[in-house]
Design a protein around this ligand. Structure first.
Ligand code: 5GP
Length: 116
């Protein structure tokens, strides 16, 4: 099992700086350091899962609070009228680079589909 501390745990602990744009009891949302769109925010659950696969073992209410946290973040960012995209990269082929479950919120311009 890989219990390595990730950069997101350090952000959560306030050990490294980030620009937090929304938070509640369940989630923290902060700006991606290398934005791929005019709005690029990452939403993480306060309670760690390493990836989407792992949430098979997480209570449904916690999973619900995570997804709801994504929606509340997008609303707080003012994205509801324009729309936005939510992405969860999972594992190697999904190009997940940080082993702490996170949803990307991308917006502020029309996004292309499909992704590369
Ligand atoms: P992944 O590729 O795992 O889906 O997404 C990880 C994201 O975290 C990337 O978009 C990357 O730019 C972002 N990221 C990596 N390190 C940091 C950091 O130290 N601070 C912030 N705010 N974002 C980071």
């Amino acid at each position: 099992l890989n219990n390595e501390i990730t950069i997101f745990e350090k952000i959560l602990a306030g050990e490294i700086p980030s620009t937090i744009v929304y938070e509640n009891e369940h989630v923290v949302a902060f700006k991606d350091i290398i934005p791929k769109a005019p709005v690029h925010v990452l939403v993480i659950p306060r309670k760690k899962s390493r990836n989407l696969t792992e949430i098979a073992g997480v209570p449904e209410t916690e999973i619900g609070h995570f997804l709801k946290g994504v929606a509340l973040t997008a609303t707080a960012l003012g994205l509801d009228d324009s729309g936005y995209r939510v992405v969860i990269n999972n594992g190697r082929d999904g190009q997940q680079s940080v082993e702490y479950l996170h949803a990307h919120i991308l917006g502020g311009r029309p996004l292309k589909w499909p992704p590369g």
